[in-house]
Ligand binder design. Structure first.
Ligand SMILES: Nc1ncnc2c1ncn2[C@@H]1O[C@H](COP(=O)(O)OP(=O)(O)OP(=O)(O)O)[C@@H](O)[C@H]1O
Ligand SMILES: [Mg+2]
Length: 305
């Protein structure tokens, strides 16, 4: 007897995959909550795809477990209703229309044909339903992949690099769709190395490098905990005088000639400028973004192991 999924929590515990040459995933543990979009981040070769494939029982772990709603994928009674996945730029028979492709999947899965049209509607492909797959753009193929993953109305949706090849409009569309699906209580796990998009898209992030966990939490928590210094951006006609008044502060020049200061607050810069009698034309605190934090956390851990 298989297990029916009750909630969509994904629990990864001590998950490990060693190939001959490389520890692709190395003792990885994290939890993914339902009702949220979780970004799974890491540099190329970090082990993201290998982890997602182990969660989906497509790669067998060397050690550790991954469960969805308390069951291993292989033990799920109705995997199509439990988990939808888009693992790479989806493919379909070139001569088939998008709608026929989905109908074939429905037939194989014992789902009614009507699900094909509902899924096309969900991903905004209804106008292209009767066009042949070979004429689909990369963005349309990504949408069709998501439509196929959603046919069984799954509680959990797992997407490997779905933003690849999408234009800014397509990424915005993806963001709206994933947030809507998470709002319905589904678990959305989406891998990416497109950090700026992930900062907008994800509620939570799990960051890995070289097969190991480096950070996990809400986007704000991860940025806060990393301790990556923010910078104070200041523009003045007398930068040398200001720097003299701010003894020993790290500084660099921005593209536009503004001073970028670290290890100091905007208040301290303003007070120092007043003491030194220097005019200030601009004074801004720049919060570190996820991209900066990600680069700090994963520095030196890429690829070579
Ligand atoms: N079947 C395999 N045999 C041998 N090594 C593998 C295999 N699959 C993955 N690897 C190695 O495991 C490591 C992790 O690969 P993985 O594809 O999981 O990374 P990733 O984070 O998805 O990277 P990317 O951002 O490039 O997609 C890499 O060093 C890769 O070469
Ligand atoms: Mg990958």
């Amino acid at each position: 007897m298989g297990n029916v999924i009750t909630d969509g929590e994904i629990v990864v515990s001590g998950l490990t995959k060693h190939y001959k040459q490389v520890k692709a995933v190395d003792g990885l543990s994290f939890t993914i909550q339902p009702g949220r979009v979780t970004g799974f981040l890491g540099p190329n070769g970090a082990g993201k795809t290998t982890t997602l494939r182990m969660i989906l029982n497509l790669v067998s772990p060397t050690a550790g477990t991954a469960t969805i709603g308390g069951s291993r994928y292989a033990d799920l009674a109705e995997p199509l209703h439990a988990v939808g996945a888009v693992l790479e730029a989806s493919s379909a028979h070139k001569g088939r229309t998008g709608r026929n492709h989905l109908r074939v999947v429905c037939a194989a899965a014992g789902l009614p044909d009507s699900r094909a049209d509902e899924a096309l509607e969900l991903v905004g492909l209804t106008p292209a339903a009767k066009r042949k797959f070979k004429g689909y753009s990369l963005g349309m193929r990504q949408r069709l992949g998501i439509a196929a993953a959603m046919l069984g109305d799954p509680r959990v949706l797992i997407l490997d690099e779905p933003a690849n090849g999408l234009d800014p409009e397509g990424i915005r569309w993806m963001r709206d769709l994933l947030q809507k699906l998470a709002g319905e209580g589904r678990t959305i796990l989406v891998s990416s190395h497109l950090l700026s998009e992930m900062e907008l898209l994800a509620d939570d992030v799990v960051i890995i490098a070289a097969g190991r966990l480096v950070a996990q939490g809400t986007v704000a928590e991860v940025i806060g905990k990393a301790g990556t210094a923010g910078t104070v951006r200041v523009r003045t006609p007398h930068p040398d005088t200001l720097l003299g008044a701010l003894d020993g502060i790290g500084s660099s020049h921005g593209d536009d000639g503004a001073l970028l200061l670290t290890g100091v607050t905007a208040e301290q810069v303003g007070d120092a400028a007043l003491r030194a009698g220097v005019a200030i034309h601009e004074l801004v605190t720049e919060r570190p973004d996820l991209e900066r934090v990600f680069l700090d956390l994963t520095a030196g851990k890429e690829a070579i192991r």
